[in-house]
Design a protein around this ligand. Structure first.
Ligand SMILES: O=C1NC[C@H](CO)[C@@H](O)[C@@H]1O
Length: 428
């Protein structure tokens, strides 16, 4: 199509080039689309032109993921500068209204490279946890409360209960919406393409693991949470008519174990598909110091969690994606030298349920394992991250090696490829 001065402009993408929801499945380019995904929270960081950027590593990581059939990445799009030691630095937001353009351009570079490999990306726009600043940092800015680092306070219940104050704080919500608008309406500085026109964005995600508060969330806190999801998802759709919107919820574990709350929070037409996460060790189902004594308990509960959420998706008539799951290395150990026999066994249990039920036409639309460590390596003897160290799949609030799948974890990579082939073969 010739523009006014004869410059050839790309024709706008066809709607079918975007990932859409067709009944209870994803569709893309006229085909059923199943997510064979990795969590790659730091993908935009590697794309930066200098500083934390490592573009050569990024290209290698993308090629290695593509080579085993990974077609989707779940990526942190926004981070908030904070004093907390457990958080990544630098951040895309240095202070309200002050943004790191070079770091944001890293996301542009990532998106340009994702497009070359015809992969898709889920971009989350906030974090319920502290490892990227997140909601607690917004409250530090707008309520003057200290940014709470549960690695320091050792009090997750108070952290979660106070964090839910983010949803009710009008000034924090206004800045959050400013940031959402800045990202959603962004024009890619590498490709010149508006993000709203980028068919390689699968969805915008409200936050990583947003919770209504802690496990004792009150009816009022739950109502605020349901309204927040509806309002923000509706706001994103008002900015972008092309892309899907998801919450980033963990499922019942992130909904005070209240199935009605999970359904109510995701019933809105503004939420296009459901998400859930599976953490047997974090949730106390599996003790990696007593694997033989806790494996059966962990697997029974995991199977139930995996299957019951697919039934909840059926109730809402929407697709559901298992967008996080993981287990630590044998030992347990953070060392890349440690084997991953137990993790591989757990991955196979998860993959088998996802692939089998997807093949039967159930609304499970795929998975993202947590998380791609690739060529990254822990830098310190204590396995904690410090600014300047490699990024790996484990964010700074956890030991570097806890859940990462590294490029040397051959048995895990082969397992991912085996199930990538099965999911990619499903025709509908
Ligand atoms: O979103 C998340 N879910 C679980 C991960 C592993 O504990 C954690 O690193 C991350 O905050």
């Amino acid at each position: 199509m010739l523009g006014a001065v004869g410059i050839v402009e790309a024709a706008p993408a066809a709607k079918s080039d975007f990932v859409t929801v067709k009944n209870t499945h994803f569709a893309r380019k006229g085909q059923a689309y199943y997510i064979v995904g990795a969590n790659f929270w730091y993908g935009g960081y590697l794309g930066a032109a200098s500083g934390v950027g490592e573009r050569a590593r990024l290209l290698k990581e993308l090629d290695n993921m593509k080579a085993i059939g990974i077609n989707n990445l779940r990526v942190l799009a926004v981070s908030e500068k904070t004093e907390m030691k457990s958080a990544v630095s630098p951040a895309t937001t240095n202070a309200p209204g002050q943004y790191d353009e070079e770091l944001l351009a890293g996301l542009d570079f990532l998106m340009a490279e994702v497009a070359k490999r015809d992969m898709t990306v889920v971009l989350y726009l906030n974090n319920f946890w502290q490892w990227s600043g997140g909601m607690t940092q917004y409250l530090n800015w707008f309520e003057g409360t200290p940014a709470l680092d549960p690695n320091v306070t050792k009090d997750y219940d108070t952290f979660m209960q106070k964090n839910a104050g983010f949803y009710r704080n009008a000034d924090a919500q206004a800045e959050y919406r400013n940031v959402i608008a800045k990202i959603v309406k962004r024009v890619n500085t590498i490709t010149g393409k508006p993000y709203t026109e980028d068919t390689h964005i699968l969805s915008w995600q409200l936050a990583n693991e947003p919770r209504p508060g802690n496990g004792k969330a009150t009816p009022e806190e739950k109502a605020v949470y349901v309204k927040w999801i509806d309002d923000v998802a509706g706001y994103i759709h008002s900015l972008d008519k092309n892309h899907l919107v998801s919450s980033g919820s963990e499922g019942l574990a992130g909904s005070a174990q209240d199935a009605q709350l999970y359904l109510d929070a995701h019933r809105t037409r503004n939420i296009d598909y459901l998400t859930y996460h599976l953490w047997p060790k974090n949730w106390g189902w599996f003790d990696s110091n007593n694997p033989s004594g806790t494996w059966d308990n962990a697997i029974v509960k995991s199977h139930d969690y995996l299957n019951s959420h697919i039934e909840l998706a059926k109730k809402l008539g929407k697709p559901i994606v298992l967008e996080e799951f993981g287990l630590d290395r044998d030992g347990p150990s953070f060392s890349i030298k440690a084997t991953t026999k137990i993790r591989d066994r757990f991955y196979r249990e998860v993959f088998e349920i996802v692939a089998t039920r997807a093949s039967k036409g159930d609304p499970i639309a795929g998975f993202n394992f947590w998380a791609w460590g690739g060529a990254g390596r822990a830098a310190n003897a204590d396995y904690w991250w410090k600014p300047g160290n490699d990024f790996v799949g484990d964010p700074p609030q956890e030991e570097q090696g806890l859940y990462s799948v590294f490029d040397s974890d051959v048995s895990s990579l082969l397992l991912i490829k085996e199930y990538a082939d099965r999911l990619n073969a499903i025709k509908r």
